[in-house]
Design a protein around this ligand. Structure first.
Ligand code: FAD
Length: 307
């Protein structure tokens, strides 16, 4: 059996694996796709001490670092269940195999909800983006739209208004859902515009980059186009935790509830990164949480095996 079994091979899982392996304990990583969301990222400029890198390069670096240690990497393996059997936890994989471990670290990450409108896929990373903290500076002095009027959308619009020339917030509903204080802040900004009752219908581009966004005014039925260079989709982040429902405590949004050590509601099971309640979904944050969870798992092991 593994002493630490990490489920997920993104920044959180890689950090957890390195920290666990450095304690000299038997460590494994099972990941559906080693590298995680980083693989889908182009330019990364906020991983502190690395001024500039690219997603695939960072994913490779994560794997190289983990392989410096005696870690059993099981790539292309999707976990589908977890249960306790005496002293051990058993993780069932979709392949039919079962992995046994004394502690498990869940680091299955999350994925951004998409609008599904024509052009969104074609222009991803070519103007369509999901992360204001990551990509905001790329649109300095340009025009952008934010889709979604919840807290994350309105926060993104306020954040971007300080960088871009103009930001249009587009909300499907008749009103914004964000906290009143955020709405007030956004309304006070001279270069921000709010459009409600607007259904985004298309991302327009010239073949290589975004040139506009098309929406339907849900009151009049009119179709309108806003010319711009960037679109930030902020309609929700979905944690990859469906398979954990009823096993560990999740929030209504599906985030794994963790304490400051990364402990979940299930004994011996820890969690780290975008799949948890920890705020701010970023690479450097996920790496820190991965380290925390591995050290917490190690602390748990030395207590659990005390005579
Ligand atoms: P993830 O990276 O999501 O990794 C999850 C891992 O779990 C993957 O290996 C996945 O295959 C695996 N997995 C999922 N379900 C299962 C399962 N059931 N069984 C086994 N394995 C499973 N952050 C920044 O800091 N800077 C940026 O510039 C930046 N740009 C971004 C650009 C894009 C396009 C995207 C999508 C994200 C960006 N982010 C950026 C966010 C950053 O990528 C995430 O915060 C970070 O990757 C989270 O790490 P994680 O390890 O928690 O999860």
């Amino acid at each position: 059996a593994f002493e630490v079994l990490v489920i997920g091979g993104g920044p959180a899982g890689a950090a957890a694996a390195v920290y666990a392996a450095r304690k000299g304990i038997r460590t494994g990583v099972a990941a559906e796709r080693f590298g995680g969301q980083v693989l889908d990222t182009m330019s990364i400029e906020n991983l502190i001490s690395v001024p500039h890198t690219e997603g695939p390069k960072l994913a490779q670096a994560l794997e190289t670092h983990v392989k410096e240690y005696d870690v059993d990497i099981m790539n292309l393996q999707k976990a589908k269940g977890i249960a306790r059997n005496g002293d051990l936890l058993e993780v069932a994989l979709e392949s039919g195999a079962t992995l046994k471990a004394r502690t498990v670290i869940l680091s299955t990450g999350a994925r951004w909800r998409q609008t599904g409108v024509p052009g969104e896929d074609q222009y991803r990373n070519k103007g369509v983006t999901y992360c204001p903290h990551c990509d905001g500076p790329l649109f300095k002095g340009k025009r952008v739209a934010v889709i979604g009027g919840g807290n994350s959308g309105v926060e993104a619009a306020i954040d971007l208004a300080g960088i871009v020339s103009h930001v249009t917030l587009i909300e499907f509903d008749g009103k914004l859902r964000a906290d009143e204080v955020l709405q007030r802040k956004l309304r006070s900004l001279p270069n921000a515009e709010i459009i409600t009752s607007a259904q985004t219908t298309e991302v327009k581009g010239d073949g290589s980059k975004v040139t506009g966004i098309v929406y339907k005014d849900r009151t009049s039925g009119d179709i309108r186009e806003v010319p711009l260079e960037g679109i930030f989709v902020q309609i929700g982040l979905l944690p990859n935790t469906d398979w954990l429902k009823g096993v560990v405590d999740l929030t209504p949004r599906g985030e794994i509830i963790v304490d400051a050590h990364g402990a979940t509601s299930m004994e011996g099971v820890f969690a780290a990164g975008d799949c948890t309640t920890a705020p701010y979904k970023q690479i450097v944050v996920a790496m820190g949480a991965g380290a925390t969870s591995a050290l917490a798992a190690f602390d748990y092991l030395i207590r659990a095996t005390a005579p």
